[in-house]
Write a protein that binds this ligand. Structure first.
Ligand code: CAA
Length: 265
């Protein structure tokens, strides 16, 4: 599969089960206009459609990246700034679709990651950044706040003081600082970035996919549930996974001292 939407390139690597969405408005630093938001959703749907009739779980991970040399995404498109672009409140916003997508979504960040672009990355399950990337919430310069939960996310990941600093000053921070604050998972040297991300994604895609999906749900639940409720939820997920062929395969592979082959069944 190799599909082009107006502003997003969609690829699917059959061997690894990895989809890639490339936000493709490099001349505007991949700023989010309505079309790009819609195309991210359409791209994720296209990946699901491509893989839905296959056995087990064929779509293991999705990488979201930005085209061009300069940016992952420089936020909402200021030229077309409107109610719609100042924080998407529709039921199927690309933020919600990424967050609720069954497979993990990895933000591959190389360059500016600002405003709604940072919020898009925060809706993903992982943020992997090149060392030259920069992060920030410039919304305050426009007299608004990050409208898609940026302050909430960063408060949870790095604490409210860091969230306030980013959102109240509008200053950019380095990838190194974003890594130290827990806003990104890993920061890689620029010349090793592609290979490191590839290795991370390949490992993730090789794990038992039903377990990965359950872990995504569990971690997301932990953010808004009490511990008792979360423990009960995990117990249900665990009991379901014990019944899967992947669990039997993992146990057999361990006993036979070989690599497991998971199918998502
Ligand atoms: N919207 C529309 N176009 C943008 C853009 C944006 N957010 N960011 C950059 N561009 C465009 C520029 O207008 C420029 O276009 P032209 O070549 O046609 O003039 C092109 O991308 C390259 O940008 P610069 O020349 O400005 O590049 P630079 O390297 O000098 O600066 C930058 C890069 C610091 C990211 C600067 O472009 C900038 O500050 N951009 C605005 C970032 C911003 O404020 N984002 C937040 C928007 S609000 C938001 O995101 C809220 C939300 O979703 C809820």
């Amino acid at each position: 599969m190799d599909e082009s939407l107006e502003t997003v390139l969609v690829e699917f690597d059959d061997d690894r089960g990895v989809g890639t969405l490339t936000m493709n408005r490099p001349d505007a630093l991949n700023a989010l206009n309505g079309q790009l938001r819609d195309d991210i959703v359409a791209g994720l749907e296209a990946l699901e459609e491509e893989t839905e009739d296959r056995e087990g779980v064929a779509l293991r991970a999705v990488v979201l990246e930005g085209a061009g040399e300069k940016a992952f995404c420089a936020g909402a498109d200021i030229g077309g700034f409107s109610d719609e672009s100042a924080g998407d409140s529709s039921a199927r916003s690309h933020y919600d679709v990424i967050r609720n997508f069954p497979a993990p979504v990895i933000a591959k960040i190389d360059g500016y990651c600002l405003g709604g672009g940072l919020e898009t990355a925060l809706a993903c399950d992982f943020r992997l950044a090149s060392e030259g990337s920069t992060f920030g919430f410039p919304e305050v310069n426009l007299g608004i706040l990050p409208g898609a939960g940026g302050v909430q996310y960063v408060s949870k990941l790095a604490g409210p003081a860091v969230a306030k600093e980013l959102a109240m000053t509008g200053e950019h921070i380095s990838a190194e600082r974003a890594g130290e604050e827990g806003i990104v998972n890993h920061v890689y040297a620029d010349d090793e970035f592609d290979d490191e991300v590839d290795a991370f994604v390949t490992d993730l895609a090789g794990q038992a996919p039903l377990a990965i999906q359950a872990i995504k749900k569990s971690a997301d639940m932990a953010v808004h549930s009490g511990l008792e409720e979360g423990l009960a939820y995990d117990r249900t997920l665990f009991e379901g996974l014990l019944q899967t062929e992947d669990h039997a395969e993992g146990a057999a592979a361990f006993a036979e001292d070989r690599e497991p082959e998971f199918e998502g069944k």
